[in-house]
Structures are given as structure tokens and as C-alpha cells.
Design a protein. Sequence first.
Length: 297
Amino acid sequence: MAEAQGRRRAVGQVLFASLWLTLLVLVVKVWIGWATQSLSLLAESLQTLVNGFSILLSAIAITSRYPAGREVSGHGRVEAILALLLAAFMGFACLSVLASSVQQLGAIAQDAGNVLPLRMSPPLFQLLGVVLTINFCLACFQRYEAGLLENTALRFSASYLFQDTWLVIPVMAALVGVGHGYLWLDPLLAIVMLIVAVCNCWRVFNWQLPSLMKQMAIAPEALAQTIHQVEGITHCYGIQSRGVVGRQVFVEMRLILHPECMSVARTIAERVERVIRDRYGPAKVVIYIDSDRPKGE
């Protein structure tokens, strides 16, 4: 139990540090995109926004304490409202950038001479390169910690940070092309980035959806019957579950073990988790173990 709590604490620290760096990267990208009027960079910034939101949800789920009213690795009403606000903002931002991109492409098709070029200076381009490096290092750090701590949230976040890093490269190439007179590259790439951002936003919501579900996923009686298949368990209580069966289920429980089985408590916990996964599919399980020893001993 102490090892599991220490691991969750370490994952939470990594996620919160990643969140602050991601927000810093987002602010710099938006500032450069606004200063240079680059639609492709503004569209790509939406991908960074989605990554930051996903990290925030994972950090809240990992670090929060879960009393009786809140199950393991789940989200409350505030997080659900934030998800709806993000969806609304993404819709508004995507429509705004899309309209500007179409309008700019139309102006370029009619008379390219009337379109103002992007104001990309060498210092801003170098700053964008620094942002690219920071994003790549952060993704590598998360990938390393995900393997070290065996955490799926870090692994998921690292994969999207890598994708966000690679997406900056074509944006930088488009900015160079615009400087050489290929004005259509920026609005055209902006439309592509919008499509990628919407797809990634859907994937993030799809991945976080099970933990946003508040209703009970599995009846405690059914889980208790499954858990008692493992030898050494005398009683199980405090069973809570949420999520979507077959997609991702979050389970928390307390087990009372026979005194002679306390030395193999870790093995029993692993067997319980394996039984739950075999029966109900992907699952994250937190187990608290007590002894069946009399109070006087």
C-alpha cells in the first residue's frame, strides 16, 4: 500500500510538472502565432491545449484522495464541466481559424499581391525552435517515467507530446516557405492542423471518458464473488467501481487476509487484479489490505 501511494505521488508530481511546462509552451506558441499572424501555428496550438487538458485530468485523477463518494482514478462534476468548456472552446476556435484560412486562401487565389506576408523574424523563429526542443525533452522524460513507474496515464500523455512535437516541424517549414513567397502554405496547413486537433481531441475524450462516468460500473456483490476466487481472502468490503466495462474500469476495495497469508499479500493483490481484468476487461485496481488478526495481537 505504501509503495502504491509513493508511486501515485511520483506520477502526480511528474504530471503537474508536465502541466506547467505544457502551459508555458502553449502561451509561447499562441504569442508567436498572434505576433506573426500565423494561422497554422495558432491551429497547432490547439493540439497543445488538448494535451494540457488531458494532463490536467490525469493529474487530478492520480493525486486526489478518494473518500466514499469518489472512486479511484475518477473525476467529479468540476472536471466534467471543464471537459464541456473545452469542447465548446475547441468548436469556436476551430471555426474561427477555419474561416480565416478559407478567406486567406480565397484572397491568395484572386490576387496574391494583396495578401500581407507573415511577420516572422529570426528571433521568433529561434524561440519556436526552443519550444520544439522543450516539448521533445518533456515527451522523452514522460516516456521514461512511464516505463519506470508503470503508469498508463504518463504513457498516453507522452505519445501525444511526441505528436505535438512532430507537428511543429511542418509548421516551421511552412513559415520558411511563406518567407520565400509560398503564401498559401500557412492557411492550407492551418486547415490540416485543425483536422488533426479535432481528431486528437476526440481521442483524448474517448480515453478519459470511462473515468468521467460517475455511475457504478460493476455491482459490489459481483465483484466480491469474483474476488473470493483467490485463496487467502477472508473478507472484502468497501468495494467501489466506475467506468465502462470492456473499455476501462476503476476499482477500489479493502481486503482482509488470513494472518498466515500476510507474507504473500502482494501476490494475492496481483491475483485479484488479474482475476478482475480477466472477467471485466481493462481495469485499474487499488487494494487496501488488512489482517484478520485479533485486535489484541
